[in-house]
Design a protein around this ligand. Sequence first.
Ligand code: ADP
Length: 437
Amino acid sequence: AVHELFLELAIGPYAEPGRFTFVDVVRRYWYWFVLGVAALALMAAMVTWVLRLNQALKRAKLGLERRYELILNSVGEGIYGVDLAGRSTFANKATERITGWRADELLGRSQHDMLHHTKADGSAHPREECMVYQTMQDGQPRHVEDLFWRKDGTSFPVEYTAAPIKDLKGETVGAVVVFRDVTERRRLEEDERQRQSELAHVARLSTMGEMATTIAHELNQPLSAISNYTSACVRMIDAGMRGDAELLKALHLVGNQSQRAGDIIRRIRNFIRKAGPAPEQVDINDLVREVVSLVGPEAGKQSIAIDLQLDDALPRIPAHAIEIEQVTLNLTRNAIEAMGDEGEELNGSRDLQIRTWAPDERSIQVSVRDRGHGLRDSAVKRVFTPFFTTKSTGMGLGLSISQRIIESHGGKLWATPNEDHGATFHFSLPTADVARD
Ligand code: ADP
């Protein structure tokens, strides 16, 4: 009955019902059957092909994912992703190793609250200040130095880059953070800084050694004055003068002279002390004046006049005062020494000018100009190489140490020959702290 119905439907419009059997239909329309079977076979083939293709794509996708995972997990830097709400979306093995958190503990939770919630001084690090959020807001990549926290509550210094993740339309949908533990690098920098500071200290001691004769001479003056005044006092008392104005005046003079001797000793002690670890806010003009008092006697002996051109409006700068003083002293003493063998033909213009000024808003500059034997063009750079000296007793270290000190403060030290006579040494220092760290 079913095949009757089928026949009815298939050929109904063309034939009288009941006259054709199923075999007749097949005989007459066999090519339709062949076509149908062929179409079915084709469809089956296509379906299998699509299924195979699908499987191959899945395998390729899996392979690609594995490869990404392999790459992510084989790099030394910690890498993790965050969505717009700041929740971690992935984290590689290095993130686990460095932070102590497992990836599945980080996933879906706020990366800021888990990894950089607190600042170095112990205060809370608000989310609004978090560079990762800022990168997601403006789509700009950032490179930052910060502090990250481990699962066990300890912290470590990091350097990290936050880059936006954008979708096909170019809209930011999250960020990827690549970070590196820089504890070891910081330690090496600190060691280097320590070594440099020790070298500078040794150089200061040796400078004082060189200046010992003039210092002893300078110290001798107030001491012998004190000795003279006290002998005078004794004589006055012997002569029965008590409470006399003359006697009081002599005692005042004794006091002044001991103050002067005390000042000399304080300056020397200040100069040879070790530089502290943290920079201070330094008034460069005070520091220049201090140097001038140290070299005053040496300059005086050679009848060199020191001309100070100090700009009083200069801002204080973050620096290790003692080290900058050392640089200024080196330059000033070099200038005095350069004028030492020069001179008579200068017709009395044996002046040494120290000038402080601000070439722009972000830096201050000190220039020490002498009228000595000067520098040849070829020497302008060479004088800064260690052990370069033209002096019989020189070590050739002063300028190279000075250059390192200035550079470690984020500044520059250089020399220029003067147009007429002598040389000028300049150094500039930034007014904001870009030094060392
Ligand atoms: P030292 O003073 O022990 O020689 P420095 O590093 O301070 O070491 O100086 C290196 C050399 O640079 C000096 O020997 C000198 O030849 C040259 N120099 C330094 N300052 C001046 C200057 N103001 N004028 C000319 N030459 C200078």
